[in-house]
Design a protein around this ligand. Structure first.
Ligand code: NAP
Ligand code: ZN
Ligand code: ZN
Length: 347
């Protein structure tokens, strides 16, 4: 077993603190790598505080992981020692079901394995994530990372990036489309970058007046404050697509009314509490309400390659490991520009 140092929460009400644990030995198809940076996703906070009611403690969060390969198993063909590597939200799946065969491992019919707080079929225990100094993952779930982009700003692509890239690609968002992004946080700012890069006209819908200038710098063409009823009214029936990245309870009906004929609203945010939707929000304009979860392995690699080719990265605030509990509090206030990334050298 490989002695590993990380940061964990011991219960839903405990702060995160140092935690020592063991990773499995490197098997024939495994890649071991030193973690250099790990992004901080709002899903980490939801699960650390058991807001989705399925957390096993202790929990070592982190699924936006980049680092450098230190060891490979005898059967590994994709990686060698010294390569850059990335791991996102998944570390395993059955690889045999139709969804896995289509590269939709996130929808594995036999249950994919989350990078943390997942049941580890190999060890029988729970998986531990990227708030740690190293990780061992089957090469099929390790992504290739370009050395052309700043590594700390690549880390958030592994979740915030793919979670927004995937639905935009699935629904063919591009030139001629009006797209709204609700919530300008980690996911939201990547949605703005991708939608603008694909040629859409992008509007940010935010609760934070201070984010208007940033939104435009990130590539948005318009900005509206969702607390201002007048600004919202002017957006009725306006958008072909709306991507909702909001992490807390809010009224989906408000945004559904902004969809044009045959428009689609895609939920990627995962608030812990259910919301009510009136059928009337969907009947007019033949609107659709949809969702999307991360992305499969082939599409995640495609997204990383697209970012390398088009110079797209996340806007990050690099933090020390010990700052994580403060970072969570700031994330809850919407005070993130636009992704915290942990420098694991500070662990
Ligand atoms: P984040 O960085 O905290 O951003 C969330 C943003 O939502 C905030 O910055 C804020 O933007 C807005 N917001 C927060 N509270 C709000 C409220 N009460 N009403 C309206 N707007 C509010 O979080 P994130 O990491 O981007 O994650 C967003 C959500 O996506 C989380 O629920 C996370 O678990 C989920 N997620 C889902 C997937 C998936 O596969 N579907 C993957 C990753 C994450 P403004 O200041 O602009 O209003
Ligand atoms: Zn995430
Ligand atoms: Zn499967």
């Amino acid at each position: 077993m490989i002695a590993t140092r990380g940061y964990a929460a011991q219960s839903a009400t405990d702060a995160l603190g140092p935690f020592d644990f063991e990773r499995r030995e490197v098997g024939p198809h495994d890649v071991q790598f030193e973690i250099l940076y790990c992004g901080v996703c709002h899903s980490d906070l939801h699960q650390v505080r058991n807001e989705w009611s399925h957390t096993t403690y202790p929990i070592v969060p982190g699924h936006e992981i980049v680092g450098r390969v230190t060891k490979v198993g005898s059967g590994v063909t994709k990686f060698k020692e010294g390569d850059l590597a990335g791991v996102g939200c998944l570390v395993d799946s059955c690889r045999e079901c139709d969804n896995c065969k289509k590269g939709l491992e996130q929808f594995c019919r036999n249950g994919s394995t989350g990078t943390y707080n997942g049941s580890d079929k190999k060890s029988g225990g729970v998986t531990y994530g990227g708030y740690s100094n190293q990780i061992v993952v089957d090469e099929s779930f390790v992504l290739k990372v370009s050395d052309k982009l700043p590594l700390e700003a690549v880390a958030p692509l592994l979740c915030a990036g793919i979670t927004t890239y995937s639905p935009l690609r699935h629904w063919g968002v591009g030139k001629g489309h009006k797209v709204a992004v609700v919530g300008l946080g980690g996911l939201g700012h990547m949605a703005v970058k991708f939608a603008a890069s694909f040629g859409a006209e992008v509007t940010v819908l935010s609760t934070s007046p201070g984010k208007e200038q940033d939104a435009k710098q990130l590539g948005a063409h318009h900005f509206a404050l969702t607390k201002d009823a007048g600004q919202l009214k002017a957006l009725a029936g306006k958008f072909n697509f709306i991507i909702v990245t909001v992490s807390a309870e809010h009224d989906y009906n408000t945004y559904l009314g902004m969809l044009d004929t045959d428009g689609v609203m895609i939920c990627v945010g995962a608030p812990p509490t259910p919301s009510q939707i009136t059928a009337f929000s969907l009947l007019g304009n033949r609107r659709s309400l949809a969702g999307s979860a991360i992305g499969g392995l082939p599409e995640t690699q495609e997204m990383l390659d697209y970012c390398a080719a088009n110079n797209i990265v996340s806007d990050v605030e690099v933090i020390k490991m010990a700052y994580i509990n403060e970072a969570y509090e700031r994330m809850l206030k919407g005070d993130v520009k636009y992704r915290f990334v942990i420098d694991l050298a500070t662990l």
